[in-house]
Design a protein around this ligand. Sequence first.
Ligand SMILES: Nc1nc2c(ncn2[C@@H]2O[C@H](COP(=O)(O)OP(=O)(O)OP(=O)(O)O)[C@@H](O)[C@H]2O)c(=O)[nH]1
Ligand SMILES: [Mg+2]
Length: 383
Amino acid sequence: LPANLPWDARRKLAEYSAARNTEEKIRALQEAMALIPKHKGTAKVLRFLRKRLSELRREAQEKKGRRPARLVEFYVERGALPQISLLGPANAGKSSLLNALTGAGARVEPYPFTTVTPQPGILQLESARVQLVELPSVLTEDLRESAFAPRSIGFAKGSDALLIVLDASRRPEIQFMKLTELLELYGLRLGRASCRVQLTRLGSGGLRVMLGPRIRASPSEVSELLVSLGYAHAVLRVEGEGGLEEIEDHLVRGLVYRPAVIALNKIDLAAPGATLSVGELGQGVVLCRTSAVTGSGLEELRGRLFGCLGLIRVYTRRGGVVEGPPLLLRRGATVRDVASAIHAKLAQALKFARLWGPSAKLQGQRVGPEHVLEDGDVVELVF
Ligand SMILES: Nc1nc2c(ncn2[C@@H]2O[C@H](COP(=O)(O)OP(=O)(O)OP(=O)(O)O)[C@@H](O)[C@H]2O)c(=O)[nH]1
Ligand SMILES: [Mg+2]
């Protein structure tokens, strides 16, 4: 059973989560562990924390002797556009692919770490505009964690999907293994989660737990987990397939899953028929063989990127007439996002909308700008 952690230990764990560098994290984690009593109920949590601590220590060891990272601004103006992050080892061809797909004009050089700040570009996919952002390389050419890894991966966790770029001419299996190991360390996994965990903190009302029919955990177990993590008032909804472990992964580690397209790039330099032999890639992960130089595979890549976003179609209606074609928006988009997809100024002027379709409780009902839309909805904006 999940542990009932003492209050001071929980506070230290929160400090650990908020810590900005490895050293601070190690200190907060050690202090938190010292405050947790050792018994059967806490064994699992302690095991997890011990593992994390040894990972952090290894990280700190590897960082020694490395030049401290330059502090760079990692903010990219995003708006309501769906966003895909480009991640990969240094020199794999990320900037080249970004340029080939979007014409962004990012600097390309034959040596690693040319890119040291996020590079955004706009990708036109069918009628959807998507923001593609190249992030500074998370692995060096010899596949060690780079100083950019925490910020690049942190950024990628916040985007909707990933474009993983590997160099097909240099043993891509090893690049893939090292990359997925590194992402795991920072709580990012490729593909689709078997279950969806949604937690909303509230000011009062206690805990409410809603579990789908294929969740292997009882509501009381899950409530106990929430209490042990310091939640007193919250609604937790878990859908799909999974157990207590998956819920913990999400709540304790902040583990997120993102759909991914793997571009096996520089295919022009690889042996004919070269591929990525890593067995099952899992749901929500697809492979594409590309060359940013010859242009081969780029059309397929565009199609794959479009597919992995799983965009929703939202129709607008004016004067009682549904207009076509639909807007393609990212999952979770709101009525306000519809307005800003049409024009940035409209979003500010928006008063409310009338709504028809799957997310409407009553057809033609009035909803506010923050209403979350679903695939196939029809909205009429009122200014
Ligand atoms: N032959 C070939 N060369 C490529 C391809 N893609 C990129 N390159 C070359 O690989 C080198 C690195 O390309 P970049 O696009 O700068 O790679 P990057 O991943 O952005 O690298 P950093 O940001 O510096 O870590 C350049 O010399 C490119 O011309 C490709 O598909 N085929
Ligand atoms: Mg680059």
